[in-house]
Ligand binder design. Sequence first.
Ligand code: ADP
Ligand code: MG
Length: 323
Amino acid sequence: SEILLEELDHVGPATAQKLNDAGYNSVEAVAVASPSELVATAEIGESTAAKIISAARSAADIGGFETGDFVMQRRMEVGKLHTGCEEFDELMGGGIETQSITEMYGEFGSGKTQIAHQLAVNTQLPKEMGGLDGSVIIIDTENTFRPERIEQMVAGLSQKFEQDFDPAEFLKNIHVARAYNSNHQILLVDAAMEMANKLKNTDKPVRLVIVDSLTAHFRAEYVGRGTLADRQQKLNKHLHDLQRFGDLNNASVIVTNQVMSKPDAFFGDPTRPIGGHILGHTATFRLYIRKSKGDKRIVKLVDSPCLPDGEAVACITTDGLCD
Ligand code: ADP
Ligand code: MG
């Protein structure tokens, strides 16, 4: 039995409505919010916000500490989404994890959007085929989502699994929104949360959210050093919203980031992901994608919390991602 926001102490019908409108549709969502977020969205005082959060935490049983067995329980629910390329899956310890943010960074044309399309298809497959039996949300900031590409990849899967998948069905489970600027992009995570709540008890709950590109708008809008701290702060909040989305929905979060060439770097790779170290610490898995010969791509896992660094070779073909 789910607890309603209205049932929490200090939450009247008006506040419940405001919280709902702002995308806090469950006790869990309120429990992991920060007081300042609630102050801004629900027009309440700081101390009321703190009391509401504390009430939500006890109701949702989200304390500051959890015992290891509880963490283990949640870890056991972590899904692993197959990429279509075995080497890539092995690199990731079995697939792209749910409840985590995976960042893909690389130059223009390295294949980030292609891999994102493939994951949007694979997520919908049943678990025994490497999927998550779920639907997908895409926040498209560069207008690079292509339904035709999804159709090609579904045809590729039909061949691979020797069964007739219907591309139209796959397209129906992908919810795409264009983000017109960084503020809009941030707000779309709230809309995504609403969508996920709507689909929660259906046979296709949201199991993947893609932000492609995470950084393009931020990069374009915040030029010059003066506004860099402001940009990082917004990006940081955005990533925390996404992490919360992943935790609450047991969903994978994929974000892409285009590298900026750094001509003054004499050693190592002359490219660096933008977003700086904040992005580095927030993304759980970071993948550096680069082009190799022909349709080959090299996927490099960079500082993961529990996996060894390493590389995999994947191919991008008309049928999709493969070995
Ligand atoms: P990024 O998002 O990293 O900028 P993309 O994911 O858009 O890069 O990759 C574009 C590349 O993907 C193309 O240059 C091409 O090599 C490959 N690609 C795109 N569409 C197809 C297709 N239908 N069949 C095969 N390869 C494709
Ligand atoms: Mg792209």
